[in-house]
Every structure is written in structure tokens, then in C-alpha cells.
Design a protein around this ligand. Structure first.
Ligand code: BGC
Length: 252
């Protein structure tokens, strides 16, 4: 790893974003570069887009990737907001082969949570912290005193007779044309459910809708503190890069 630099990449339902990150400071040391997620988002097509990002930065070195699925030992186990073809695919192997670089892959919300706890709104906070990313789906990262419970997938809890993210994700707000008040009430119910199960000390909100926090913050009636994430849409990139550096030194 040269000068603590790692390429972080965040694979999302609509865009794939990358930047070179200083993993000691959590700073992006380049502009963020974005390519649209191919449609359909099948493995080969997405791998090609990742290669476009790697080539853009002329990158040769470690790469960390946040991916919107359960990831165990590099393999995607689910595919809620990405093509079903990913299920069973070894994402780490595919991306390492395509880019010629060593690639570490983790769930996108997990890596965003890592970044927020290290450098953002969760810095120096203790206890149980839950990050919920609000976008096409609902992503989650759960920490107890800084230790991550990987692949928590709280967006897939059964809630109101359906999958929670089908009730309260931002894509549902758009699809059903809900106003912020209507959607905020749904989201509050969902967060109250999480509070009932986990009694968190802090809930962080990330993803696109965290930027609109002001529009629904008064509807959130929880005992614990709820605050928007600080690193906004950079969290996934920064956390992915940080996890890749950890993998190199301690994990696996
Ligand atoms: C996926 C999660 C992901 C989240 C946000 C959900 O549909 O199941 O793995 O973290 O979307 O992208």
C-alpha cells in the first residue's frame, strides 16, 4: 500500500462510484468518478464498469468494494437490488480477475458504517449503533462498541406483512408518490421497530435521503438519538477502502 492509498468503489443500484482514499485519514484524495450501473446489472457487465473506474485512475494496487448484497467470504448470497445472476458469484474473484488487482468485497452498508464510525458521525460513540442507508433499498450496519455484526440486512426484516424495504425505502417514496410526511411516518414506524428489537444508543442515517433529513426529522419519535451520517455519499467508498486495508493486515 503506497502512502496509505487504496481505491474504494461503491456499487449501487443506479451508479458505481470510485475514488482513491487515504485510509489513515479517511479523506478522498481524488475526485469521485461515477459510471451508471449497467442495466441489466449482470456480473460481467458490472465487472466491466468496475474496470472502467480502475482504468480511469490508472490504478494498480489494493481495491475495496462495497456491494449491495450479503457477502460471505467474497461470495454474494442475495441480490435484492441487483441482478439475480449475482447469487453464488464469487465477487472478489471476478473483480480481481477482471481488474488484475487484489479486491476485497463487503456489504455496502457495512462498509459505509465502518467509515462513519471511524471518521464520521459515529466517531468516538460507544454502545450499540445502527446505520441505516436509505436508497433503492434499506441497508444496515450494526455495531456494538465498534464491533460490526456483518450482513445484518435489517432492511429485509418482515414488517407490516412485507419486507421492510418494500415499505420504507426511498424508492417506495418515489414509486408511490408519497410526500415527505407520509414517507416519514412509515420510516418512523420502521425505526421504532428496530429500536424495540435492539435498544440502540444511536441510529445513523445514510444514503441519498439522509441529505433530506430536515424534511422528516420531526416525525421521528425515538428514545435514542437519530442523526444523519456525515460522510454522505462518500461513506461507501471510504469504508470499502478501509476494509481492504484491514483485510490485508488482520482479517482472513
Ligand atoms: C440489500 C442490502 C444492501 C441494501 C442497500 C438491500 O436491498 O439487501 O444488502 O445493503 O439494499 O444497498
Amino acid at each position: 500500500m503506497i502512502n496509505n492509498q487504496i481505491l474504494g468503489i461503491d456499487v449501487g443500484a443506479s451508479g458505481i462510484k470510485g475514488a482513491i482514499v487515504n485510509v489513515k485519514t479517511g479523506e478522498l484524495i481524488t475526485e469521485r468518478f461515477r459510471v451508471p450501473t449497467p442495466s441489466p446489472a449482470k456480473p460481467k457487465a458490472v465487472a466491466k464498469s468496475v474496470l472502467t473506474i480502475v482504468n480511469h485512475f490508472k490504478w494498480k494496487g489494493l481495491i475495496g468494494v462495497g456491494f449491495p448484497a450479503v457477502i460471505q467470504n467474497g461470495i454474494a448470497k442475495t441480490a435484492a437490488n441487483i441482478d439475480n445472476k449475482w447469487i453464488g458469484t464469487n465477487v472478489e474473484k471476478l473483480l480481481s480477475k477482471t481488474t488484475g488487482c487484489p479486491v476485497s468485497v463487503r456489504n455496502d452498508a457495512d462498509v459505509a458504517g465502518i467509515a462513519e464510525l471511524q471518521f464520521g458521525a459515529g466517531k468516538n460513540k460507544k454502545g450499540t449503533i445502527i446505520l441505516i442507508t436509505i436508497g433503492s433499498g434499506l441497508g444496515s450496519a450494526v455495531f456494538t462498541d465498534g464491533v460490526l455484526l456483518a450482513n445484518s440486512e435489517l432492511g429485509h426484516l418482515k414488517f407490516k406483512g412485507m419486507i421492510a424495504e418494500h415499505y420504507a425505502a426511498d424508492s417506495i417514496r418515489k414509486k408511490m408518490n408519497l410526500n415527505w410526511n407520509e414517507w416519514g411516518k412509515r420510516f418512523n414506524e420502521y425505526l421504532q421497530h428496530l429500536e424495540f428489537i435492539f435498544s440502540p444508543d444511536l441510529i445513523l442515517l445514510g444514503g441519498g435521503s439522509s441529505k433530506k433529513f430536515i424534511k422528516y426529522k420531526n416525525l421521528l419519535k425515538l428514545d435514542c438519538e437519530v442523526i444523519p451520517a456525515k460522510l454522505l455519499n462518500h461513506a461507501g467508498i471510504i469504508g470499502a477502502a478501509c476494509l481492504a486495508s484491514l483485510n490485508k493486515n488482520t482479517l482472513n
